[in-house]
Write a protein that binds this ligand. Structure first.
Ligand code: PEP
Ligand code: MN
Length: 282
């Protein structure tokens, strides 16, 4: 049953054939496709960026996570490259065919980030920063919107509505785990949010198996569960040397693990009849 506040919205799904599929230089994100976004939690150096991007591209990822600004719980931990990193995005564009996505923490950085990134991300802590939502809604870039760890599905969809309401219909919803009493995992992956969102909205839905679990050992299972539950893609933290990562090393998978996961996902995606999941592995 449609929730009351969703009745008059642009995010609302009208019928089962009503799906938004984003097409960015022939990379499709939406119903029928399975698109993998991968990369380190944060960009740390030029070398890390190129090594990781080349590896994830080889394994079949289509979009590279390039976080330059990090919303860290402690102000004394690594905060990211900042706007200086825009030149790294330029370099990645020249060295790979990957699309680049990056988190926008503040409207102050929006123009500079949008000048180079292909996709912008609003992180979970900013899901209800309505001024930021309206500002990204005025760009012509697809927006990945992450669910706040304490947001209901209705609140999540209404946050997306802020972006659509000012004219940007290219929103990708990302389930990244919610806070529950369980503390073995960093968050609790709300796997049923995937089919629930898919029946309520026409927007693409992806899953972040890294922040939802907080544990690299659980990332493959969470990724496969997301595909089985009907997600249109994943955003995974991958690092060539997770123990020495500047942030979120405990939940980042290394490159051999990512390669194996992509092979497994590719087989699953073929069985499920997904159109565009392909790897370029030999
Ligand atoms: C991230 O994806 O870099 C991140 C900080 O995740 P979240 O906003 O979901 O906490
Ligand atoms: Mn992270």
């Amino acid at each position: 049953m449609l929730m009351n506040r969703l009745r008059e919205t642009k995010v609302k799904k009208i019928n089962s054939d009503h799906n938004t599929v984003i097409d960015l230089n022939d990379v499709h994100i939406g119903e029928g496709y399975f698109t993998v976004i991968a990369g380190p939690c944060a960009l740390e150096s030029e070398e890390l960026a190129i090594t990781t991007a080349t590896a994830v591209e080889h394994a079949g990822a289509k979009v590279f996570r390039c976080s330059l600004f990090k919303p860290r719980t402690s102000p004394y931990t690594y905060q990211g490259y900042g706007l200086n990193g825009v030149k790294l995005l330029k370099l990645l564009h020249s060295e790979t065919n990957l699309l680049l996505e990056t988190e926008v923490l503040s409207t102050d950085h929006l123009d500079a980030l949008a000048s180079e990134a292909d996709i912008l991300r609003v992180g979970s802590r900013n899901m209800d920063n309505y001024e930021l939502l309206k500002a990204v809604g005025k760009t012509n870039k697809p927006i990945i919107l992450k669910r706040n760890m304490s947001a209901t599905i209705e609140e999540f969809l209404l946050a997306a509505e802020y972006i659509l309401s000012v004219g940007n219909n290219s929103v990708i919803l990302c389930e990244r785990g919610i806070r529950t009493f369980e503390n073995y995992t960093r968050n609790t992956l709300d796997i049923l949010a995937v089919p629930a969102l898919k029946e309520l909205t026409h927007l693409p839905v992806i899953v972040d198996p890294s922040h939802s679990t907080g544990k690299s050992s659980l990332v493959p299972a969470a990724s496969k569960a997301a595909l089985a539950a009907g997600a249109d893609g994943l955003m995974i933290e991958v690092h060539p040397d997770p123990p020495n990562s500047f942030s979120d090393g405990q939940q980042s998978i290394d490159i051999p693990t990512f390669d194996k996961l992509m092979k497994d996902l590719s087989e699953m995606a073929n069985l499920l009849g997904k159109k565009s999941f392909s790897t370029v592995l030999n």
